[in-house]
Design a protein around this ligand. Sequence first.
Ligand code: AMP
Ligand code: ZN
Length: 669
Amino acid sequence: MEIETIKKEIERLRTQLRRADYRYYIESDPEISDKEYDELMRRLQDLEKKCPQFIRPDSPTQRVSGGTLEGFPTVRHKVKMLSLDNTYSVEEIQEWENKIKKMLPKNALLDYCVELKVDGVSCSLIYENGTLTIAATRGDGQVGEDVTANIKTIKSVPLSLIAKTAPVALEVRGEIYMEKKELELINQMRVRSGEPAFANPRNATSGSLKLLDPALVAARNLKYFIHSFGWIQGTQFQNHTEFLAQAKALGLRTNPHNKHCKSLTEAIEYCLFWQNKRDTLGYEIDGMVIKVNDYRLRDTLGTTLKSPRWAIAYKFPAHQTTTQVKKVEFQVGRTGIITPVALLEPVECGGVTISHSTLHNFDEIERLDVRIGDTVLIERAGEVIPKIVKVITSKRKGNEKKIKVPDTCPECTEKILKEKEEEVYWYCINPDCPARLKQSLLHFASRGAMDIEGMGDSIVEELVTRRMVKGIVDIYALKKEKLLILPFFAEKKAGNLITAIEASKQRPLGRLLYGLGIRHIGEKTAMTLAQHYKTIDRLLHVSEQDLQNISEIGPVMAQSAVKFFASAHVREMIEELKAKGLTLTQESKPIKKSPITGKIFIFTGELTGFSRTTAQSMVEALGGKWVSAISKNIDFVVIGANPGSKYDKARALGLKIISEEEFKKLIKE
Ligand code: AMP
Ligand code: ZN
């Protein structure tokens, strides 16, 4: 094909794909089948591979562009991103209108736009000449984080606007959120791999946006509604309904339940309507937003430091219900902390089935005076995990049992202690407590840390009970033959786990630091430390003062990190990890650009030229990724002899299938 023809074809494919995205993700009314879509996408990918000079950041192929991020740069918002004032009753809404009426001319015609308050994370999108250039979080309102690469993976965020009517440049604002059923799935997965469940969709969304690997963000299936703008160049609007209609015409996703209300009475009625109906939505809303529609009136009203005067949030009351406490269990965490958990008679609360609730600590038990057998009032304020509000003492029969602090650790039967008398938490201080070890291993292997696929609850349980693993280092001494003696472990599963363990040695320092579970050092701080010091040896010698010179790190974190690295036990462990060949540095290896960069591979069947592990690490070395579960997102399915069921699934999905020979050619290119 001639170069000009290719260019035209590329443009044509992009237009078709954008239209398909719009119909599917914005209008929910697809025009073409998934198969047709995938074919168009593959043709476009092929052509762009042939002529990389035509790749543009807003091409539909660029949603996940491979590689991981090194943290997020900051973005200063040109127009401050404000918060909203809250009201909790109809009277308060009425008072708000009375107040603003006093600030407006007598004859002002007040009408409203009433919107759902989706429980997610606020985000700003800048489009220049129709193309998405920057996506940023709200941050403190003035300065947010640049999360463009992550936002681009969200299919309901168009990479380019339907250009004909697009303003020169504009910054729109909206809410990134996660649907209830998606959150449920992710929480199930997290619990299985030993990570804490997200308490609510907002935390899940903000946690997802902070992931440093856009491919992981893509898998979270986030969504986006736009509800406002920061600034617009080249166009003006009279009122909010007009803006929303125009935004929709530009291809931006607006909420179909936005409603123009001619009076406050109508607005209040609409708020109460959704208060009753909120469980019917696929996502959580924590209230409604009433906004003055007319932009001139908005200008007159202005804003306070914190929030606009022309809008108000009406917050719904929390979901509440009563149920019975059946039992209290004590869970031992990674640091030895003991958390009492109430097992409840399962009950439905705001569209979610509730069967347990954390009691946090023993002071909380005392404060509530909750006993086994008690009927309790529970509350779920947008949270998946509810809290116990109070005991319904009138329901007591007299046979309820008081909850006592256990004398010993429920897992290892060693003594438990409080660190200081005024502390509220009890700890198991036995460093060899199997419960602590299990939690540490699960944390070490979790996605954000060393990401050892297949090292979940049941396997860790076996490894610890059989004393095959007594500490983190032992993971790297596991042999396939040993794993085969575990129940349910066949050749393939054992092989996969060993491969995953092997691959985890390549994780950069930041992920390891996070995985080590240093007290007070979360994922983000671990990354900061790694980026600052680059190697673990430097970290072994830092002082509290050094650390506190880093703006993000406070005295508590600094003290905890220094104490950790000073421990002889920790130093010995680090030496052993070094000997096992772990990376322990942050410098990402320079990656040679190749046809593999950014592509996703899956292997099935026996390869002859090299082992699967080698093939997988070659893909990684060239900036590609490999996965072990089949999905639509895979670019290449490499088949060896006697391929498994993945081969049939790949064919059914119409994925690109290549032989070992073709794979060899690809890696040489
Ligand atoms: P709050 O976080 O309680 O101060 O509430 C303010 C936040 O509500 C904003 O920053 C938005 O992220 C969010 N929000 C959700 N839906 C809307 C909406 N329709 N209009 C404006 N803000 C909204
Ligand atoms: Zn213990």
